[in-house]
Design a protein around this ligand. Structure first.
Ligand SMILES: Cc1ncc(COP(=O)(O)O)c(C=O)c1O
Length: 412
């Protein structure tokens, strides 16, 4: 056998992740006014990652705590973290928590929560036919891969309407109505990624009605609590409403964005069961699955978040930090909207810039316009026209608006 025929000769080269590819191109660019609006991570007004002051404080406390060691956490995570995390998303006075119906497991951030939830469903959900999950069209690209990895087939449901740059509510509802009973649908709890388009509270009520009529299961993904509106409770309304209506559900929770703990991988999976007995059985199986995948979750980030959630002063400080981030992003939305509509008088309607919520905005730019922005203005965004508002700041927003205006007019 020749030396150059390896074991993996049949492995095809996978394409690089589009977001990471975009970031690499941005980093390699030497143009002084380049802008990165591709990546979904918060940046301050100086375009720098922001370590939240409350996280610095909590880290300091941990470093000076002689009782801490590097022992393994329990398989399901740090108990004081998971219980506080459940209260954060479901509400401190949630009847489901009081009744002992919630099972919570610490996960490798939101991605790990999605994976563990998907894996659990693949093993134990009583599928009505094929194992299928409904995903919004479009959705966070990783959702497709996560469900496929565990043998659940993703099927798109209508969500975003390019004509209105808003929600295709009727299309969404008919997909729910036409699905077989007891189907599973993934719902973004708030700040839909990539569109920034969320249902209104009234629309959530109708969506919950259809879930109940059809016996559907809600797989909530909550990666942006607090980060969207600046208010932790407001961003949890959809999840809490579904729990109150007794729609069967689980929630994937991430502390990457709202605590700026991206690399620490802090998250949780909460399954709201019908009874304490059911919750206990679910927990036992989640433990078995977690054991074979990661054995024990990492401790550092969970300790930081646990300190913040369980200490009233730190919790108040965190809420202020969250407002700082959310409001900077909301201000950027207003500034961009003002520049486009009043100063540059860019053709088209730009109201969606301020009606969309969270880190991302679907600008409505087409592939040609988006590509022109990357190639000619060195403004890095994905070809679907999605921008991360966190990439904009007081220093670059004028150049951004001016370039967007030219892209729309075809004069770049
Ligand atoms: C919708 C959605 N879900 C989950 C995640 C998971 O993020 P992480 O694993 O960093 O918590 C993200 C991150 O971008 C997201 O946008």
């Amino acid at each position: 056998m020749s030396d150059d025929v390896g074991t993996w000769q049949n492995v095809p080269l996978a394409p690089p992740d589009s977001i990471f590819k975009l970031t690499a191109a941005y980093k390699a660019d030497t143009f002084a006014r380049k802008i990165n609006v591709g990546v979904g991570a918060y940046r301050d007004d100086d375009n720098k990652p922001w370590v939240l002051p409350v996280v610095k404080k909590a880290t300091e406390i941990l470093l000076n705590d002689p009782s801490l060691d590097h022992e393994y956490l329990p398989i399901t995570g740090l108990p004081e973290f998971t219980s506080a995390a459940a209260k954060l998303i479901l509400g401190a006075s949630s009847p489901a928590i009081a009744e002992g119906r919630v099972t919570s497991v610490q996960t490798i951030s939101g991605t790990g929560a999605n994976h563990l939830g998907a894996l659990f469903l693949s093993r134990f959900y009583q599928w009505n036919g094929e194992a299928i999950i409904g995903l919004s069209s479009p959705t966070w690209a990783n959702h497709h891969a996560i469900f496929k990895n565990v043998g659940i087939k993703p099927i798109d449901y209508p969500y975003y309407d390019p004509r209105t740059i808003g929600l295709d509510f009727e299309g969404f509802l008919s997909a729910l109505r036409n699905a077989v009973p007891r189907s599973v649908f993934l719902l973004h709890a708030c700040a839909h990624n990539p569109t920034g388009v969320d249902p209104t509270e009234k629309q959530w009520e109708t969506i919950a009605d259809v879930f109940l009529e059809k016996g559907h299961y809600a797989f909530f993904d909550c990666a942006y609590q607090g980060f969207a509106s600046g208010d932790l409770d407001r961003d949890a309304v959809a999840v809490r409403y579904f729990v109150q209506r007794k729609v069967p559900l689980l929630v994937c929770q991430s502390f990457a964005k709202n605590a700026g703990l991206y690399g620490e991988r802090v998250g949780a999976l909460h399954v709201v069961a019908a009874s304490p007995d059911e919750a206990a059985r679910v927990k036992s199986q989640l433990s078995v699955l977690q054991r074979s995948e990661i054995s024990n979750p990492p401790s550092h980030g969970a300790r930081i978040v646990s300190l913040i959630l369980n200490n009233p002063d730190l919790f108040e400080e965190w809420k202020r930090d969250i407002k700082t981030m959310a409001h900077r992003i909301i201000n950027m939305r207003h500034e961009l909207h003002g520049l486009l509509t009043q100063e540059f008088k860019t053709p088209g309607n730009w109201d969606h810039i301020i009606s969309q919520i969270g880190m991302f905005s679907f600008t409505g730019l087409n592939v040609v316009q988006s590509t022109a922005l990357v190639e000619k203005a060195r403004i890095y965004l994905t070809s679907n026209g999605r921008i991360s508002m966190a990439g904009l700041n007081s220093k670059n927003i004028r150049y951004f608006a001016e370039s967007l205006d030219k892209a729309v007019r075809g004069t770049l």
